[in-house]
Structure formats: C-alpha cells, structure tokens
Ligand binder design. Structure first.
Ligand code: SF4
Length: 488
C-alpha cells in the first residue's frame, strides 16, 4: 500500500516541509506537503534532491575501521575504549549543523563524560560569526515567523536570500505585491535573484553591509525619538558608495511601514557578519512592529549552537577548535556528520596526523586511513528527531524511511556513553535548553558602531553560486553539485 510520510528539508534553515511516497520499506518518490504553513508545498531544487539521501549509490552502510569493514559492536567498543585513553584536553568533538537537537544534547553529555570543553558546532564560518552576533544583547528584538512574513508591509533584506533559501520567493512577492506602497529594500553589492524584486536596491561597496545597517539604525533611532547615534553619515555614504539621501530615505521608508521583517543572509564576503546580525536585531527593537531573522546555510545551525552554548559553558568556538587541530594540541577527534577535511582542506594533513579520528558521515571520505573509523550515518529522513529552524520553531519529524546499516549521531553517542540513554528524554532536555535560550552577551552599541566604522570596502563580492551552499562532502556527492561545479 502506498503511504505518504512527512519530513523536512535541512539544506537551509527554512526547514521546508516535504513528503515522501512509500510502500513498505521502499521510498518511491518525493512529494509535496501543500499543507505545510512554511513552504505550502514549494521546494527548491535542493529540496527535491533530499530524495537522493535515501537512494544515493555511494551511501555508507557498514562501519569501517581503517580500510577494514567492521561490525557496529566492534566499532563502538573500540571507540569507547580508545577515547578514554586520551588526556581530556587533547580530545575534541565537532557537531555538524545538520545534526538534530538530540544529537547536540548527547554530544554535550559525551563532552562532559570525557571531561573536555573542546566541543563546537561545524557550520559555514559566516553563519557562525552571525550566530555570535545574534547573542549580543538587543532588548525587545523579536524573531520573525516565516509563515507570517508575507503579510508584512516592508522587508529589509541583507544579502541574496532567494539564492540561499529560494522558497522564500513566495513571501517576498506577497510583500511586494500585497499592497500599494509596500517596500522590499535589498542591501547587496550585486544584482541578484533577490535584488530583482527590490523596490529599493542599496547597491553597497562589497563588504560594507554592516555599515549600511549602522546608517539605517542611526536614522531610525533618531526619527523615532530614541537615542542619538554618533555616526557621520557623510563619511559612511562615501565608504558604502550610496548617496546619503538614498540611505536616509530607505531608513525612513522602512521605519514608516506599519510592520516589517529584517532578513539577514550571512556570507563570507561581508566584512562583519556578527555586526550585521546585531544591528539587524537592534533595528528590530527600535523600529515599531519590526522583527528579524537570520537565514543560515544549514538546517539546525540555530538549534545545535544554542544547545552546545546552553549545556557546555565555556566550550570552544569552532574557530578555536580548528586552531587546536592546526596547532597539534588535539590528538583524538570525534566528527559528527561533517567531513572536516573537505570543509577545511588546509587541515587535511593535520587531521590525517591525529592518533584517533572517528567520523560519522553519509558517504565515503578520501581521508580513509588506518587512524580513521568511519561510522555510516542515518540522514534526517531516516530518523525521528527534532530541529530548531531559523525562525525558532521546533520541528519534530518521524523517519520517512528505515535505516539500512546506519545509525543516527544520537544513537552512536548513546552507545559511546554506555548508559541506557533515553533519546526521548534527550529531546525534552534539548527542548528545555532551547526554550530557556542562552544568556545574552553584554554589548555596547557605541562600541559596535565604532567597530563598524573601521570597515573598508573589498574589491568585489562574487555572486552566490545557486547550487553551492557549503564546502561539504555531503554536498559534493550530489548529482546537482557535480554538474554545476566542475571542480566538485
Ligand atoms: S528553501 Fe531551503 S529548506 Fe526549502 S527546499 Fe530549498 S534548501 Fe530546502
């Protein structure tokens, strides 16, 4: 009998609903979840390729110790014993941002059992920088909900959101054509898929997006009778390459709208993603009825980072953990759902030189050598788990297909922890951590504005590649990546 099973796409942090047609253990086809309030059935090309996670011919199905196939029991026993042999300071754990909330919660517990704070989320460095800025205190700033975004009168978009998260096109169009006078303002150095829909395109000098936002923040704050902001608009206008009167008008228009959302898309070409995330939130708190959202590259960036921050105080940042790998301070590494050598080719030699590397992944890695244990990973489509998406909503999904030889990260960690771990309890614990949120880092607006004024323009900002949303082995295994990227 043919059944329909719901799931979500995690190839960006919108978390669009998707559907699969199944018959018994077989997944027959991808389908469309038209009742899903977020995407109403739409999927972008990457969303459609979720199906490949289930039937890809290169999926791993058996653990591998070095070049030898092994049973799960032998593999887990070996790793449990070996990881305990190292000094806690020389052990590290990396958690992919495609991991579930339960995965992150149990990884935090494993770090506790190993006695290490060397644990960090792996994600696009621009996303991690933006996440750091999103923790700076901006009292009263509210997260936008995707399903409500189409009813706004104004959108202020920093970056090319329609390449990062194409399914948002419907919302952008709902705003643009919803009512005469509605505004879609786009800050981007390039003409992009998003800027085609702009009513005002602020074509800034590459890298200066944070400074454009600072200028808008100044106008909005002073127009609304709030704090005077010490920022020389004439100077800013020269640096960002946009006439002062255009900046002022864009800010006034956004402030005058009865409701609006600021959408931020982090990118490595932006000089300070953390400042952009902070200014976006400050703007949301100052302008009446405005909200903000950061559209990350991978589905559970917000959930994984929030859980690690909430459960392992003082844990390493991803950048610091990579520095420890580079500096040779780590001897053993557990990499959950990420091919670190593919994301950071400059570290490949170092990773190969570690005494112990265990990596859960969907695909084989060229890294395979004697020190590496490879753990075949179940994808989110073969798991029942929870995720926290860009707009803060929690999605609990059931497996759309059975696992074939694979385990989820949560199951792998539970086996390593050795206790009888209750995955349902881990989900509830993760939920409580996300709901509580992490305490904000104190931030001085004056200080952040002075940092923004140090930004100088870059030479250029190449356009986003429509198929490339991460330098990750997962992505490179997909057909659409290979046909669109000759070096893939
Ligand atoms: S917009 Fe994002 S979540 Fe939606 S289908 Fe595309 S990649 Fe997946």
């Amino acid at each position: 009998m043919v059944e329909k099973k719901r799931s979500i796409c995690l190839f960006c942090s919108l978390g669009c609903g998707t559907m699969f047609r199944t018959a018994g253990e077989h997944v027959l086809a991808i389908d469309y979840d038209r009742d899903n309030p977020v995407n109403q059935g739409s999927l972008c090309p990457r969303g459609n390729y979720n199906f490949e996670l289930l039937n890809h011919p290169c999926r791993l199905a058996e653990p591998q110790i070095g070049k030898r196939k092994a049973s799960w029991r032998e593999t887990i026993d070996l790793l449990r014993r070996r990881f305990m042999e190292f000094d806690p300071d020389s052990v590290g754990i990396v958690v992919s941002s495609l991991s579930s909330n339960e995965d992150a919660c149990l990884a935090a517990k494993l770090a506790g059992q190993l006695g290490t704070k060397n644990i960090a989320a792996a994600a696009d460095p621009a996303d991690l920088e933006a996440y750091a800025g999103s923790k700076w205190e901006a009292e009263g700033a509210k997260l936008a909900r995707i399903e409500k975004m189409g009813k706004e009168e104004a959108l202020l978009i920093i970056g090319d959101v329609l390449t990062r998260s194409p399914v948002l096109a419907k919302r952008v169009n709902q705003v643009k054509y919803g009512k005469r006078g509605n505004r879609v303002t786009v800050i981007d150095p390039n003409q992009t898929h998003t800027s085609w829909f702009a009513t005002t395109h602020l074509k800034n000098q590459p890298g200066t997006e944070a400074l454009v936002l600072a200028a808008i923040l100044k106008v909005v704050s002073e127009e609304s009778g709030k704090a005077r902001i010490d920022l020389n608009l004439e100077k800013v206008s020269k640096t960002v390459g946009i006439p002062q009167e255009v900046l002022v008008k864009a800010a006034r228009d956004f402030n005058a709208a009865a409701s609006g959302t600021i959408i931020f898309v982090p990118r490595e070409t932006i000089a300070r993603n953390d400042l952009c995330a902070y200014f976006a939130r400050m703007l949301a708190s100052l302008s009446p009825n405005k909200k903000y959202i950061t559209c990350y590259g991978f589905g559970n960036t917000l959930g994984v980072n929030t859980i690690l921050d909430g459960m392992v105080s003082g844990h390493l940042s991803s950048a610091d953990l990579l520095k420890k790998v580079e500096g040779g301070q780590l001897k053993a590494l557990l990499i959950l759902g990420e091919d670190l050598a593919a994301s950071h080719p400059e570290l490949e030699k170092r990773i190969r030189g570690l005494e112990l590397v265990a990596m859960s992944n969907y695909f084989l890695t060229p890294l395979t050598d004697d020190a590496l244990t490879l753990l075949p990973l179940a994808s989110h489509l073969e798991n029942s788990a929870s995720y926290t998406l860009a707009d803060g909503r929690r999605e609990r999904i059931d497996a759309a297909a059975p696992k074939v030889g694979t385990m989820s990260n949560a199951e792998i960690i539970a086996a390593l922890l050795g206790d009888k771990v209750d995955l349902g309890q881990a989900d509830q614990e993760a939920k409580a951590v996300v709901e509580k949120g992490v305490p904000s880092d104190k931030a001085e607006l004056k200080q952040k504005l002075s940092e923004a004024q140090k930004i100088t323009a870059r030479k250029d900002a190449p356009e986003l590649n429509i198929t490339h949303f991460g330098n990750n082995r997962l992505v490179r295994n997909f057909f659409w990546y290979r046909v669109n990227n000759k070096h893939g």
